[in-house]
Design a protein around this ligand. Sequence first.
Ligand code: C5P
Length: 232
Amino acid sequence: MPHDVIIACDFPSAEETFRFLDRFGPVRPFVKIGMELFYSEGPSIVRSLKERGHRIFLDLKLHDIPNTVKKAMRVLSSLDVDLCNVHAAGSVSMMEAAVEGLTRPDGSKPLLIAVTQLTSTDQETMERDLWIREPIRDVVLHYAANAKAAGLDGVVCSPLEAGLIHETCGIGFLTVTPGIRFAGGDAGDQKRVTTPSDAKRLGSDYIVVGRPVTAAEDPPAAYRKCLEEFLG
Ligand code: C5P
């Protein structure tokens, strides 16, 4: 099974991103590009980071009609991203279309994962705004099962849900988990946080780490600490 630490490069510009990554010298971490950086810099940020030798999780969370998602995914596939995502709420047929769009003529494709429920959505919000009345845990598991049925490779979830997702969808179904903090670190706006070593123990396949590395005084040292705890 692949296991790695993905650094969330939540920077507003390519310039700041490169300045940050230059601090790592010859080390080329797996990085996550989110909406802010992608919308400000466009596909060129993906091409530049690939040229520098980084693997890329492009976190755009697509959610639209199947045909539109298929065509958008074809573009992301030709950009050669390594990991990308959709909202499972878009339906099984939308996720199947995403897989189709991502699959290259030679049969290869980037890994594709689904967002089940956003971590900003709790039971109350789900019931009030989305009119979904089942327990959120069941909804997350149902959406994960839909993602698996559609041929996706895994889901974004909390490390606390990783075991349950593996039990339901199989050990090979990837769990990519944000909400990571070092013991005693500042949680910021994350509500339920897990250390890299706990994420490992709970069965996360990839951890996504932002501020504990990007805001650290010595980002390469913080990254090495994550790797040691998570892989070690
Ligand atoms: O700085 P921090 O470690 O909290 O960053 C976590 C990253 O993971 C951010 O880019 C955030 O948008 C993303 N994320 C998350 N929770 C989710 C999905 C994505 O924190 N459920």
